[in-house]
Design a protein around this ligand. Sequence first.
Ligand code: 5GP
Ligand code: ZN
Length: 113
Amino acid sequence: MNCLFCKIINQEIPASIVYEDNSILAFEDVNPQAPVHILVIPKKHIATALDLSTEDNELIGQMYQVANGIAKDRKVADRGFRLVMNCNRDAGQTVFHVHLHLLGGRSMTWPPG
Ligand code: 5GP
Ligand code: ZN
């Protein structure tokens, strides 16, 4: 499968890994949009949020638990951070393997651009 994030999972492409367990991988975004910008992904290939099934409910919960832990480690939990999952074109999804963006370390505007 020609999926960039599956290649990172399979160590075919290098990444700066922040966290790994049997089902989840987290790594630094190559083009950070904030002082903390980490991507949290399931090791299972799921293309978009729309492709999540009820079977994946626990997996998605684990992604949030991992993101919360990293936010605490990076000392952005108390001041605040943003978790974003873009879905399809209008949201700007460019990599079709679901991922949670963990953004923190600066104040952010709302609504997003
Ligand atoms: P999306 O736009 O799909 O929500 O987010 C994709 C993210 O993946 C972008 O923030 C982009 O910077 C990041 N990205 C794209 N290619 C690579 C890569 O090869 N390595 C890493 N670490 N991040 C990548
Ligand atoms: Zn994939």
